[in-house]
Design a binder for this molecule. Structure first.
Ligand code: HEM
Length: 291
């Protein structure tokens, strides 16, 4: 099969300059992979795809893009996010909190393929248990992110990403935070600390992965949290956010294939497999995988 080709670029184009310095960056990081794409051995097209994301996230500023790529590679080397995908998480901490769905007929979609990650934070039973061990929480949250990106099948795509300012990146995913039945008005310290780490991690190490983000079932009295957390993010990211008071409104935005809880015709979320969790052996004798 013939390899896809990136449109021809002048030698002084930031993407060409980025390609030139890539080997030195990979050597410095001692790590080669981003979003499952091996930057040493993949086709030139797919290497450019990843570098283009870093350039776009930095408004084509090559120095900033280089820095962000280097820090992302170093983080990936130590965190090993691809391994998180295969981990099985504690049912008591994470059961029913994360789902990944492929959507159909999304109105006005700009994505090559519509994938949505659902974070059902309203279903957290015990905030201390889920969030206190931040590292454990982050392994679960990063697993959800990596499993979502896997669905975008970046290694198989053939359409290039346009330059910054010249059209949308078609390889991004939707995220939904569902806060139904959140039971307190103030953030507790465990949630607050874990939220901060998650926001920083995704902001720094997952550039150009978000298509749009919906916060649903947000009680009016908790709207202030949106403002409080948005200050940590760029204007471009916040522009992708929408708050909906009711879950059923979501279908009006991303189409009828979403689960019935969100006003669509899709299978009920509670009947779909969430990301892999199991009960601790001390709690139960049998492993109960919901995948
Ligand atoms: C029990 C209540 C809540 C919990 C447990 C919770 C949890 C979290 C967590 C863990 C994150 C980190 C980022 C991620 O996982 O994608 C986050 C981000 C965020 N949350 Fe919440 N949250 C709660 C309530 C709210 C409410 C009521 C709002 C209002 C809309 C809100 C708005 C946000 C915003 C704007 C972000 C940043 C999003 C981003 O970085 O992409 N949260 N939340």
């Amino acid at each position: 099969m013939s390899q896809p080709e990136w449109p021809a670029l002048e030698s002084d184009h930031p993407l060409m300059k980025f390609i030139e310095v890539l080997p030195a960056i990979l050597d410095q990081a001692e790590y080669d992979e981003v979003y499952g794409i091996d930057l040493k051995n993949s086709t030139p097209f797919h290497v450019k795809l990843i570098l283009q994301k870093f350039l776009r996230a930095n408004a084509n500023d090559l120095e900033k893009a280089k820095e962000q790529l280097l820090s992302t590679l170093k983080w990936r080397k130590s965190f090993q996010p691809l391994k998180a995908k295969d981990e099985v998480f504690d049912e008591k901490r994470f059961g029913g909190l994360g789902y990944i769905l492929t959507l159909e007929n999304v109105p006005d979609s700009t994505n090559a393929q519509d994938v949505a990650a659902f974070n059902i934070y309203g279903s957290v039973k015990d905030f201390k248990e889920t969030f206190e061990d931040i590292e454990g929480f982050m392994r679960w949250r990063v697993a959800l992110m990596e499993l979502t990106l896997e669905q975008l099948k970046l290694g198989e795509v053939t359409k290039p990403i346009p330059d910054y300012g010249k059209g949308v990146d078609p390889y991004q995913a939707f995220q939904i935070h569902d806060y139904l039945q959140v039971s307190f008005l103030r953030q507790n310290p465990y949630t607050k600390a874990a939220t901060k780490v998650a926001i920083d991690t995704f902001k720094n190490f997952y550039p150009e992965t978000l298509s749009r983000k919906f916060f649903v079932n947000v009680p009016i009295v908790m709207g202030w949290m949106f403002t409080a957390l948005s200050v940590f993010l760029s204007k471009e990211t916040v522009q992708k956010f929408t708050i909906l008071s009711y879950g059923e409104y979501l279908a009006g935005y991303i189409g009828q294939s979403v689960p019935v809880e969100y006003g669509g015709k899709g299978e009920k979320l509670s009947t779909i497999s969430s990301i892999k969790t199991k009960f601790n052996e001390s709690d139960h004798n049998d492993e109960v995988s919901v995948d």
